[in-house]
Design a protein around this ligand. Structure first.
Ligand code: SAM
Length: 265
């Protein structure tokens, strides 16, 4: 245990270790781990969430990049349950290989410096995932959950909401971590839809369309989408080309994406 306590948090790995017992308990309660479930934790660090999860379900897999944390973590888990440690970059980790017949439950107090690419990596693998509980910068949770018309609504909102139901759960103050981050944090639950919210012909078209639309938030769709979808094609999808990207609902983006796929074929 001595070696883990002497570990100096590394900024480049986004290491902010949770030490607030009340917050740890609330996270574990929100996850509600049950014996026999396949749970994977991203970035276990020194085991703040790992050990209570392991206690509750007897077996846990974790993905941790920092080699120096591996042995102390294995030592701490010994005698509590079966901890399988993958020493790997989670951005390259294939969650599909872990899911057997049961889909995975994914948990993590995520490294904030890679949170956006990590969320996109995870939604790509959402068929293998039952649910996800994450600690993130509160601002990122606000963006994921934002509705059309809100200034936080953007590419992350549309792409995450296409794949998952987003439930922000509670806020966490900087003082719950060591070292304290500069920003407020929040816990969010993401539940991949069993059925997509509307019929989408191809995901690449939605992705391209949303990225292009939000590349210039203050311009109208007519201007921003000029090279992708002419105004009459926007109208053919029942969308007004004179509005800004933040006013368009997910369903409307899906219609526009289907229009784009039709034009490509
Ligand atoms: N779960 C611990 C806790 O709550 O105290 C640690 C959370 S800390 C915010 C993020 C953890 O993710 C660290 O342990 C860090 O080493 C790990 N990490 C950072 N980048 C990673 C990556 N690319 N792949 C896997 N783990 C990573």
């Amino acid at each position: 245990m001595g070696s883990s306590l002497s570990h100096r948090p590394r900024k480049r790995f986004g290491q902010n270790f949770l030490h607030d017992a009340g917050i740890i308990q609330r996270i574990v309660q929100a996850v509600s781990p049950q014996p026999g479930q396949r749970i994977v934790e991203i970035g276990p660090g020194q085991g703040a969430i790992t050990l209570p999860l392991l206690e509750a379900c007897g077996k846990l897999e974790v993905v941790e990049l920092d080699r120096d944390l591996i042995q102390p973590l294995a030592d701490r888990a010994a005698g509590i349950g079966e901890l399988i440690i993958h020493q790997q970059d989670v951005l390259k980790f294939d969650f599909g290989t872990l899911a057997g017949d049961d889909r995975l439950r994914v948990v993590g107090n995520l490294p904030y410096n890679i949170s956006t690419p990590l969320l996109f990596h995870l939604i790509d693998q959402s068929p293998a995932i039952q649910d996800m509980h994450f600690m993130l910068q509160k601002e990122v949770v606000d963006r994921m959950a934002a509705a059309p018309g809100n200034s936080d609504y953007g590419r992350l909102s549309v792409m995450i909401q296409y794949h998952c139901k987003v439930d922000p759960l509670f806020r966490v103050k900087p003082g719950a971590f060591n070292p304290a981050p500069k920003v407020e944090s929040a816990i969010v639950r993401l539940t991949p839809w069993q059925q997509p919210p509307a019929r989408l012909d191809d995901l690449a078209s939605l992705s391209l369309l949303v990225r292009t639309a939000f590349s210039q938030r203050r311009k109208t769709l007519r201007n921003t989408l000029k090279k992708l979808l002419p105004a009459e094609q926007i109208e053919a999808a029942d969308v007004d080309p004179g509005v800004r990207p933040e006013t368009i609902s997910l369903e409307q983006y899906i219609k526009l994406a289907n229009q784009l796929s039709r034009m490509k074929t």
